[in-house]
Design a protein around this ligand. Sequence first.
Ligand SMILES: Cc1cc2nc3c(=O)[nH]c(=O)nc-3n(C[C@H](O)[C@H](O)[C@H](O)COP(=O)(O)O)c2cc1C
Length: 202
Amino acid sequence: MTADPGNTAAQDIYKLLIGLIVPRPIAFVSTVDAAGVRNLAPFSFFTCASADPPVIAFSPMVRGAEGVKDTLRNIRETREFVVNIVSEEIAGEMNLASGEYPPEVDEFVMSGLTPVASGLVAPPRVKQARASMECKLFQIVEVSKRRLGGSLVLGEVVRFHVEDSIVDHFRVDPDGLKAIGRMGGTSYTRTRDRFDMERPKV
Ligand SMILES: Cc1cc2nc3c(=O)[nH]c(=O)nc-3n(C[C@H](O)[C@H](O)[C@H](O)COP(=O)(O)O)c2cc1C
């Protein structure tokens, strides 16, 4: 098949994107609003953008017609967030936290996950996550305000937390991390089936 976005429904283009760009890692993002109310939500439009400085990026899409998700609103207000990595053990809690709850709902309480104070930013990290990254806002790129549009949030990591038992000289053991990834629809993948390849030495 071929599809041109100009004459294809945006919902179908969305299906192509989430079916083709797989597996996607999941940023489980904790924020607080200006009054300190906590928020926690998963985002699979997630990657890293730079290692020096370490900048990571995720994309909250427009909610409904033109609504702003709590995560984006909080980051605009406070310029801080934490990205927690989702391992197999907390997949269910992550899914619970993804509900479209009103802003006053604390998804830590909703999902049963435990907030732990961060060192350098106001939003807490998730205790049950094996790794978390404290971030200060680097830049927000508003790509589109349309339904199914979104904004790219770039954050500079100011502190990494990795469970001691899964890291050796900065090398993370994937079997310890047990990260999960998002596929299309409601599907997820584990990260246990891997293979190695040396890059060409040129
Ligand atoms: C695994 C997973 C990945 C998701 N990825 C995204 C994403 O990349 N962008 C987005 O806008 N919403 C994504 N969602 C939906 C949000 O988590 C959901 O809209 C959430 O309610 C937003 O919370 P907030 O309003 O508290 O920020 C995802 C949901 C799940 C379960």
